[in-house]
Design a binder for this molecule. Sequence first.
Ligand SMILES: *Cc1c(COP(=O)(O)O)cnc(C)c1O
Length: 400
Amino acid sequence: MTDPTPAVRDRTLSLPSAELPAYLYDLAALRTHAAAVREALPERVEVYYAAKANPEPEILAALGPYVDGYEVSSGGELAHVAGAVPGRPLAFGGPGKTPDEVTAALEHGVDRFHVESAYELRMLAELARRVAPGRRVAVLPRVNLPVADGSLAGSSLAMGGRPTPFGLDPTRALELVKALTDGTYPQLELQGIHAHLASGLEAAEQLVVAETVVSWAVGLGVPLAEVNVGGGMTVDYAAPERRFDWAAYGRGLAQLTEAHPELTLRIEPGRALTAYCGWYATEVLDVKHSHGEEFAVVRGGTHHLRTPATKGHDQPCSVLEVDAWPYPWPRPAAESARITLAGQLCTPKDLLARRVPAPGLRAGDRVVFSLAGAYAWNISHHDFLMHPRPGFHFLDAGRG
Ligand SMILES: *Cc1c(COP(=O)(O)O)cnc(C)c1O
C-alpha cells in the first residue's frame, strides 16, 4: 500500500459520490520528487521528460524547473507540449513519423530529431531543404543495440538487440552515421546517438545500458556532442514504497561523464518521474460473493485506469473508511479478509487489484489507487461502456 498524501486524502473524502471516480494529482509531491531526481544526477546529465507517460499540461508545467526539455513522439504530442510549456526544448522521436509531422516539427524549430530509419533520414533531409532552408537540423540516429546477456538478468522486459520496429540495427545505424558525416545531407548535423532499449530497469541495469550505448557511440570515431541513453527507470507496482535508486544511477553516470568530458549525457524518463504523483480515487458500489471469492465493485474501472490490465499487476491501493450511509436499504460489507476490486465494465478483465487485504470493506467506503500518475488515464479506453469520465484535480498545497 502507498498511502495518499494528506492533500489527496482530504480531497477524496470531501468529494460527493457523484464526483467520483476522480484523478488527483499532487503537484507539490511531484515537484519534491522531481527535485530529488535532479539533485541525484550530475550537472552534465540532461533530463528530457517523455511526455507520453503523462501529458497533462499541469504536470508538464510542474516539471518545468527540473527538466531540460521534453521528448515527444507524435505530431499530437508536439503541438500539445509546445502549447503547454512554450519555448522549452523538444526532442522528436518515435517510429512512423509522417511527412506532415516532420514538417510541423521543422516549422516549430524542434531541437532534436531522433531518427528511426534510413527512410526517415531521407525524408527529413528533403523536408528540411524545403521547409527550413539553410537551417541546421540536429539528428540523433536511434540505435537498437544488444546489451550483454546476464548483466540484465533481473529484467523480464524485451531488450535491445531483438527484432523490434524501433530504431536501427547497429550496422544500419553505422550507414546513417556515415551519410551524416560524408556530406550526403549537408543540412543535417549528426548531434549524437539515441537509444531507449528497455523499460522497468533498476539502476545497476540502467548503468549497463548507459555504458553500452556510450561505448558504442564513442567507438564510432566521429565527433558527437551528446548521447541519449533513454528512459525506462523501473517503477515497482508490487512494492510501491520502493524507488528507483537515483543516487546510485547518478554516481554511475558521473563516472561516465568524467570518462567522456566531451559528451553531454541525456536521459528521458517518463514513468519514474510521474507515476508517484497521481491517484485514482473511487467508491465501493457493491460487495458480493462469487464461488468462494469476494468482490467489491467500484465506480469506474480499467477504462479509466488501464495500467493493471496492461501490465497484469494489482494496482496498489488504500481504503478510506466512510461511516455515513445515505440510503434506506442495507449496506453490503465484506465478510472475508481479502477482496478483489473490480470496475463497472462487463468484462472479467476489469480487475484493478486482486485479493486486497481489506477486511470489513463496505459499499460507500472509498478506495484510492496509487502509482496512477503515469500510463494511467491517457492509455485507457475511456469510451468503452459509456460511463462518465472521472474528475481531474491538480492539488498544489501552498500554491492555492
Ligand atoms: C516511452 C519512452 C520513454 C520513457 O519510458 P519510461 O519507461 O516511461 O521511462 C523514453 N524514450 C522513448 C523513446 C520512449 O519510447
